[in-house]
Every structure is written in C-alpha cells, then in structure tokens.
Design a protein around this ligand. Structure first.
Ligand code: ZN
Length: 71
C-alpha cells in the first residue's frame, strides 16, 4: 500500500546562535560554602547556577548551562 501523504520532515531546531550570555541574577542563597546564585541569560533564557565563594571573587559556574524550552 502506497501513500501519497508524506510525513513532514521533522526539522531540528537550530542551535541558539553563539553569543555572550548576559546573566541576570534571579536569586541568591547564602550557604556555608558561599553564595549560590541563580542566573538567567536575558538574551536566550539559558539558566545556570553559580557559586560565589566571597563577594570579591567572580562567581564560578556550579551547573552547566540549561536551555529552557520555550513554547
Ligand atoms: Zn544567552
């Protein structure tokens, strides 16, 4: 049996264009290890969790970048 209907080609969504993430702090949580900082990129909504061990040190990424699926 042949079908004239072809299945739609499932398009792979293109990767987010590389850009310098513009991290916005969503929340901070002081812990005994330092301050856990939840950040979100203003440009692509990628999220990441950082750890800032002291206020003068730059935060280190605790988590990998998590791409938030948009509807
Ligand atoms: Zn981004």
């Amino acid at each position: 049996m042949t079908s004239s209907n072809t299945l739609p080609i499932r398009r792979i969504s293109p990767p987010v264009p590389a850009h310098e993430h513009a991290w916005l702090v969503e929340s901070r949580h002081p812990t005994s290890e330092g301050t856990v900082v939840y950040v979100r990129c203003a440009g692509c909504s990628t999220r990441r969790v950082d750890m800032q061990q002291n206020p003068s040190a730059p935060p280190m990424a605790l988590s990998t970048e998590v791409q938030v699926e948009r509807p």
